[in-house]
Ligand binder design. Sequence first.
Ligand code: HEM
Length: 211
Amino acid sequence: MGHRRNPQRDHKQRRGLGLLPDLPTAPPLPRRPSPSILLSSLCLANLLQYETLRLFPPILALPKHTSSSPQALKIGDRTIIIPAHTSTSPSLLAVHTHPKYWPDPMEWKPSRWMTKENGRDSLVTPARDTYFPWSDGPQNCPGRKFSEVEFVAVLALLMRDHVLRIVKGDGENDDKARERALRVINDCDMQLLLRMRDADQLKLKCERRLE
Ligand code: HEM
């Protein structure tokens, strides 16, 4: 059964489930939002994607191989020579969770991506070489822009008219359901890509909001 839209209740429930723990929750979008309201809501969707890809990059490391000649790798003011026919596998996750660049590195905290520029909300640009879920350099992901636009478009359209709720188990309250959801989300391993090991343990229902 659906529910009437009630911004205050939605806000409380989203906080109650801890899905957006540290974000100012935007009011639901009006049917025909002005371009500036639309832009700031889309920006919110963007930072959810960035923070999720920081902690859960689908490709955890970037295997690279040198050819028949050695390669020089410059790191700060050091130059390291990687011998010919050598494999390296720089870990994205290690850089994405390095405490030198990311305070509270293991916390999923979308607000870390938000800053103010000339009084307006805008996205943080991370320090160079500290964030690269789409890889970097000449062989980086050609689908980056596509996946960014797709994520924002799907999320914005879905959440405009719907709310997602965790399907609770028998006798389970909100807190227990949230704990279970976080356990399932954090229990990942690497198959072809990063994946939840037992996603079937977590069911969500998508309810239509009524005007
Ligand atoms: C969140 C979504 C995505 C992430 C995080 C991602 C990440 C990556 C990464 C890390 C690589 C490896 C680059 C390297 O070897 O250095 C890659 C390669 C690639 N990605 Fe994506 N990708 C995403 C979505 C997409 C989409 C939507 C497409 C196509 C529409 C795409 C097409 C490709 C292709 C063709 C390559 C191989 C590039 C090459 O080896 O020259 N990706 N991606």
